[in-house]
Design a protein around this ligand. Structure first.
Ligand SMILES: Cc1cc2nc3c(=O)[nH]c(=O)nc-3n(C[C@H](O)[C@H](O)[C@H](O)COP(=O)(O)O)c2cc1C
Length: 196
């Protein structure tokens, strides 16, 4: 590479690093213009992303959907739904950090929570609601008394980081599964808009 090209490429790379990351909802999904609703999710392998999208479909597409890793600015949204997948009993660190950092902004916007868990493939009980909402998300946000739903999720070995995959595959009787139901997510979305 010529010296001039090398300098040009280095400057371009440095410039790219300096550019702020633009947070972008899923623009090409059916969504109302100037949406007042946002759904914020934290996921590892995508189950909560699908749950969030299906909840927004149940809300007739009036919400914009954000992965918390985009670090979205939710200041201009009136209503926010927060949800995430569960590992070791809690949501992702990125979601937890975001909720703490944006606690003040979110305090009068949060209208609902959801969580997606494996729950050893057993039906969800009150215990999971207490664990994921009362003892976890509510503690981070300070917002309680809003609609909430726990969904069963899925396991796809090929999407996991190597350590998690090894750990999951070493568990007796662990196999891939898919227990997330679109109909349940749609129904939760409908419930949210009917309640508001
Ligand atoms: C490393 C790991 C830890 C998990 N820990 C829990 C847990 O503590 N409780 C639970 O109910 N499910 C647990 N699960 C199951 C996940 O919540 C479930 O697979 C979920 O659908 C994953 O969502 P994701 O696709 O967003 O990663 C765990 C899964 C993995 C891979």
């Amino acid at each position: 590479m010529e010296k001039r090209d090398f300098i040009k490429n280095s400057l371009l790379a440095a410039g790219a690093l300096l550019l702020p990351r633009k947070s972008q909802a899923l623009e090409f999904y059916p969504t109302t213009l100037n949406a007042e609703w946002a759904i914020l999710y934290g996921t590892w392998c995508g189950t909560s992303r699908d749950a969030a999208l299906w909840i927004s479909e149940g809300m007739n597409g009036i919400a914009q959907v954000f992965d918390v890793r985009e670090n979205p600015n939710l200041l201009n949204y009136k209503n926010v739904i927060v949800g995430g997948s569960i590992r070791s009993g809690v949501t992702s660190k990125e979601l937890q950090d975001y909720l703490v950092k944006n606690k003040v902004i979110l305090s009068n916007k949060i209208r609902g929570y959801f969580a997606v868990c494996g729950n050893m493939r057993q039906p969800v009980k009150l215990e999971q609601y207490d664990q994921f909402f009362k003892n976890h998300l509510v503690k981070l946000t300070g917002v309680e008394g809003v609609v909430n739903r726990v969904f069963l999720g899925r396991v796809t070995f090929g999407l996991m980081d190597p350590d998690s995959r090894r750990m999951m595959q070493s568990m007796p009787d662990m196999e891939e599964y898919d227990n997330l139901k679109r109909s349940e997510c749609l129904a939760f979305g409908k419930e949210i808009i009917e309640k508001i």
